[in-house]
Design a protein around this ligand. Structure first.
Ligand code: ATP
Length: 296
């Protein structure tokens, strides 16, 4: 998709969004509340029409029957009939699509609901409802799964289970596009991630590169005058921060760290402590969304 825009009244929910998802990738859509994640996923399914831009899903226009056949989706709370059992709810969906009842049993097994499949949907916990929603999305073994906040309502055990399921789907060649504001979750299962903020893409890259390879380099080294001079001249570092006498903080490419330490020693500095901390996705997320706030 490219140049995607969507407004609701005066509110710009998406603005010039471009992204491309390759088959077999697990792709995370990340962003704070109201960033436009759900709107983006709804557009892919043909549930919302964009005001501008071009979108192709599995080679077709969004909402095209040929594409929908190969897409499974869970968008917001799944709608099932409360008085019917989980199994019967799925059978209704499966039969409407010409799928055999054995397919229902297969997906119930995948989401660990086989034991409770005969119970009324109305009596299901939030987590069970969510599992049934995922099972419905997997009916017919679609090539592309679009899951909007799939861990909503799941307990910690359910979150771990969902993470594993998404991973398994990815490693079996399915393409999974899922949104989350649980950053750790995205970090652990995604190949690539797009970070949205206020309707625009603030980053779109591989998980490793989003995190940026840079480390926060904490140094305890003296004397200050020598350390300051060496850090300012070192390649691959950010602006050094002099935290207190003898203590420095800078950003550095991890490959440059040995060279920085060598340069300090060669310049006659005493190096007492070197600590390089990798940035988590959480750091990257806040850095990206904060930068955006500052710009606007
Ligand atoms: N049908 C609609 N009518 C009016 N405004 C809408 C509609 N759908 C979304 N919006 C607005 O568009 C913006 C983006 O919403 P969207 O649901 O896509 O964000 P999100 O990133 O999924 O957020 P959340 O994490 O809170 O679900 C929000 O400000 C929202 O209020």
């Amino acid at each position: 998709m490219s140049g995607l825009g969507k407004s609701f009244g005066g509110l710009r929910a998406l603005d010039g969004v471009a992204l491309s998802v390759s088959p077999g990738q697990v792709y995370g859509v990340l962003g704070p509340n109201g960033a436009g994640k759900t709107t983006l996923l709804r557009i892919l399914l043909g549930l919302v029409r964009p005001d501008s831009g071009t979108v192709r899903v599995l080679g077709h226009a969004p909402g095209d029957r040929r594409a929908l056949r190969d897409i499974g989706a869970l968008i917001e709370a799944p709608a099932f009939v409360p008085g019917l059992s989980g199994r019967v709810n799925l059978r209704v969906l499966a039969r409407a699509r010409g799928l055999p009842d054995s397919e229902v049993d297969r997906v119930l097994g995948l989401v660990d609901l086989a034991d409770r499949a005969g119970d009324r949907f109305g009596g299901y916990s939030l987590g069970m409802r969510q599992r049934l929603g995922v099972a419905a999305a997997m009916l017919g073994d679609p090539r592309l799964l679009i899951l909007d906040e799939p861990t909503n309502g799941l307990d910690p055990e359910g979150v771990v289970w969902m993470r594993q399921l998404v991973r398994d789907l990815g490693s079996s060649g399915r393409t999974v596009l899922f949104s989350s504001h649980m950053l750790g979750e995205v970090e652990q299962v995604c190949d690539r991630v797009v970070v949205l903020n206020r309707g625009t893409v603030v980053a779109e890259d591989s998980m490793d590169r989003i995190r940026t390879p840079d480390v926060s380099l904490h140094l305890h080294a003296t004397p200050d005058e020598t350390v300051g001079r060496v850090l300012a001249a070192a390649a691959g570092t950010g602006e050094p921060v002099h935290e207190e006498p003898g203590r420095w903080l800078t950003r550095a490419d991890p490959d440059e760290v040995p060279g920085i330490v060598r340069a300090l020693v060669e310049a006659g500095a005493d190096v007492h402590e070197v600590r390089a901390e990798r940035q988590s996705l959480e750091d990257a997320f806040f850095r990206l969304t904060e930068t955006q706030e500052e710009r606007s």
